[in-house]
Ligand binder design. Structure first.
Ligand SMILES: Cc1ncc(COP(=O)(O)O)c(C=O)c1O
Length: 477
C-alpha cells in the first residue's frame, strides 16, 4: 500500500488496477458496500476513495446505478501545441469592436437555448440566500445606508476584508491602498487611463479576453499582441523583443488562469516580468479575475507579490466568485493610486455602498471559504464532464488547453475549421459559444472556441455538445 491518508491509499490501489487493465473503461466499479467489506474500511472512507477518483477524472456516477470507470479527458484528447511564433504581431489599433458587435447582432437574431458563451457560474452556485439575509440586515442596521453619500474610496470595513484576503495571494497591501470599482471592467479602464495617453502602445496576451480588446479600442490605444503559451502564459522572449521595436507604455497580463487559455505563469516568469518592466519603465496591469478558482486548494501568488516599486496595478473582480449581480471589483494601483482615485472620481465619484456592505458580510464569514471550495470543485467536475463530451463527440484532431482551474475551456478545432462558420449553423439550433475570432485582432484563433463550464452538466448541455460535434464533422466533409 502507498503512503498518505487511508482513502488515498485505496484510491492508489484502484489506480494500479486500472493501469494494469484489470478494470476497463465503461465497467462498473465495485459498490461502496463491497469496498467497505473487502477492505475493512468505513463507508465515509469508501466514499472518499471514489470521490477522489472522480475528481481525478477516472470515475463517472450514473444515477442510482453506481460508479463507472472512464478515461480522463486529458488521456484521450490531444493538448494544444504551444505557439512557435516568437515575433509579436505588429502593433495596431484594435478593430475588435466590429467583431463583437457582429457577434451580438448574430446572437440576437436567434433564440438561444443553450448558452455556452459566457464566463460565469450558474446562479445556483452562489450564496444567494446569504446575500439576501445580509442585504436586509444591512438596511435594518443602517437605515440611512441608501440615502447618505457613500465613502469615496469604498466601504472601509469591506476594504479591510479584501486586504486580509489578499494576503493569500502574497499581497501585503493595506486597506487604504484599495479602491472599490464597478466590476473588474472599471478597474481595467482606470488602470489603462492612468498609465497611457490615446495613441500609446500597450502589450497584451494573445489570445486575450475580448472585453480588454474593447477597452483598448475605446481608449484609442494601440495593441501589440504577444504570443501566449497555454501552460506558462505570456512569452517573455516575445515581449522583450516587442519592447525593443515598440515604445510600450504598459503590459496587461492575467498571470493566474488566463482568459481564455487558463495558463498560469511560473513564479520565475512573474518575477522576471516584474523586474524587466520596472527596469524598462513599462507599467504592468495585472488582471486577477480568475486566480481564486484554482482547482487545487493551494493559494497562488499574484504577480504583484513580486512588485517592490509600485509598478504593478493589480485589478480584481468578484463577479465570478462572489456574485455576478453585485458588479464589484477592486484595485490596488501602486504608485498610480492618487491618479486612479482622481480618474475614478471623474467617472463615478463613489460607488454604491449597499453591495459593498453585503459583500463584506458574506466574504467576512467563514462560510465564504467553504463556498469557494465548493465552487471550485463543482466547476472542476463540470469542466471534466465537458472535456469528456468534447473528446467523445468532436472530430479526431480536436485539441484542448489543459488548465488547472478557471471557468472556461479553450478548444482548437482540426483542419483550421472556422468557428465563426460553425457558430452560424449552431445558432440555428439555438446553441451559442464564444468563437476564437473574438479573442484577438489577428485571425490566428479563428479555428478555436471557448466554452463556459460554469453551469451544472445537464442533458441539454450534453445534447448541445453532441450537436456541435456533428456540425463540425459535417463541415469537415
Ligand atoms: C479576464 C477578465 N477580466 C475582467 C473581466 C471583467 O470583470 P467584471 O465582469 O467584473 O467587470 C472579465 C469578465 O469576464 C474577465 O474575464
Amino acid at each position: 500500500m502507498s503512503e498518505g491518508p487511508l482513502y488515498i491509499q485505496w484510491a492508489n490501489y484502484y489506480l494500479k488496477l486500472i493501469e494494469k487493465g484489470s478494470i476497463k473503461t465503461g465497467e462498473r466499479m465495485p459498490s461502496i458496500r463491497t469496498l467497505v467489506k473487502q477492505h475493512n474500511i468505513s463507508v465515509t472512507t469508501a466514499l472518499q476513495v471514489y470521490r477522489h477518483l472522480e475528481d481525478l477524472g477516472w470515475l463517472q456516477t450514473k444515477n442510482r446505478s453506481g460508479y463507472f470507470l472512464q478515461t480522463p479527458p486529458e488521456q484521450i484528447m490531444n493538448l494544444i501545441e504551444e505557439p512557435d511564433i516568437v515575433v509579436p504581431d505588429p502593433a495596431q489599433y484594435i478593430g475588435i469592436h466590429k467583431r463583437v458587435s457582429e457577434f451580438i447582432a448574430k446572437t440576437n437574431q436567434h433564440p438561444v437555448k443553450v448558452n455556452l458563451s459566457g464566463a460565469h457560474a450558474a446562479p445556483s452556485l452562489y450564496l444567494a440566500q446569504e446575500m439576501k439575509i445580509n442585504g436586509s440586515k444591512a438596511l435594518r442596521d443602517q437605515p440611512d445606508l441608501l440615502v447618505k453619500p457613500p465613502s469615496f474610496i469604498g466601504n472601509p470595513h469591506f476594504r479591510k476584508i479584501l486586504a486580509r484576503r489578499a494576503i493569500s495571494s502574497g499581497l501585503a497591501i493595506n486597506a487604504d491602498e484599495i479602491l472599490i470599482t464597478q466590476g473588474g471592467t472599471q478597474a481595467l479602464n482606470l488602470a489603462l487611463k492612468a498609465v497611457t495617453q490615446p495613441g500609446d502602445t500597450v502589450a497584451i496576451e494573445s489570445p486575450t479576453f475580448y472585453g480588454l480588446l474593447q477597452i483598448l479600442e475605446s481608449l484609442d490605444l494601440r495593441a501589440v499582441e504577444i504570443p501566449t503559451n497555454t501552460n506558462t502564459g505570456i512569452s517573455l522572449e516575445a515581449f522583450e523583443l516587442a519592447s525593443q521595436v515598440y515604445k510600450i507604455k504598459a503590459v496587461v497580463v492575467m498571470p493566474n488562469l488566463q482568459n481564455p487559455l487558463g495558463s498560469i505563469m511560473p513564479e520565475m516568469n512573474k518575477r522576471k516580468l516584474a523586474f524587466f518592466c520596472q527596469e524598462q519603465g513599462i507599467a504592468i496591469i495585472e488582471d486577477d479575475t480568475f486566480g481564486s478558482l484554482m482547482d487545487n486548494e493551494t493559494p497562488i501568488n499574484a504577480l504583484k507579490a513580486w512588485d517592490h516599486s509600485g509598478n504593478v496595478i493589480y485589478c480584481a473582480s468578484l463577479t465570478k466568485t462572489l456574485a455576478p449581480g453585485l458588479r464589484i471589483g477592486w484595485m490596488s494601483a501602486g504608485r498610480w493610486h492618487a491618479r486612479v482615485q482622481m480618474l475614478r472620481f471623474t467617472q463615478t465619484r463613489s460607488n454604491e455602498e449597499w453591495p459593498q456592505v453585503i459583500a463584506a458580510e458574506v466574504m467576512g464569514a467563514s462560510k465564504y471559504n467553504r463556498h469557494l471550495q465548493a465552487l471550485r470543485k463543482k466547476i472542476k467536475n463540470q469542466k471534466n464532464r465537458i472535456k469528456l463530451a468534447v473528446a467523445t463527440y468532436f472530430p479526431l484532431g480536436t485539441r484542448l488547453a489543459s488548465s488547472d482551474g478557471g471557468m472556461t475551456l479553450w478548444i482548437e478545432l482540426p483542419e483550421k475549421i472556422s468557428a465563426d462558420m460553425i457558430l452560424e449553423i449552431a445558432l440555428q439550433e439555438g446553441i451559442l459559444f464564444a468563437p476564437g475570432s473574438l479573442f484577438s485582432n489577428s485571425n490566428r484563433f479563428n479555428h478555436c472556441l471557448r466554452i463556459n463550464c460554469g453551469y451544472p452538466y445537464t442533458d441539454e448541455i450534453d445534447n448541445a455538445l453532441k450537436q456541435l460535434g456533428l456540425i463540425i464533422k459535417t463541415a469537415m466533409k
